[in-house]
Design a protein around this ligand. Structure first.
Ligand SMILES: [Zn+2]
Length: 92
């Protein structure tokens, strides 16, 4: 699967990437910015930066830039799974 980011998403991505200095909002570790920064596609699949909703959509979180942050695909998924309590909350 390729990553056909729409221009608006791509701009948002760049600005979030700058704000977060390329670090995951959930675990604080650096994320690879492109597939070519990692050795293998399977690593990219786990570690690629993804949009994470700070307030989850399921809880009524909006699709606005203020409610989005970048996180590893892996961290994003873990957060999604454990979103029963309040420990998925990250800074605004
Ligand atoms: Zn992470």
């Amino acid at each position: 699967m390729s990553l056909p980011l729409r221009p608006a998403e791509s701009e948002l991505f760049q600005s979030l990437w700058r704000d977060q200095a390329g670090q995951c909002a959930l675990c604080g570790k650096p994320m690879p910015s492109t597939r070519f920064h990692v050795a293998h596609a399977s690593i990219w699949k786990r570690e690629r930066p993804t949009f994470d909703h700070i307030v989850p959509r399921a809880a009524g979180g909006p699709d606005t830039p203020e409610n989005l942050q970048l996180a590893h695909a892996r961290c994003n998924r873990i957060k999604g799974k454990s979103q029963k309590g309040s420990d998925g909350r990250v800074r605004t």
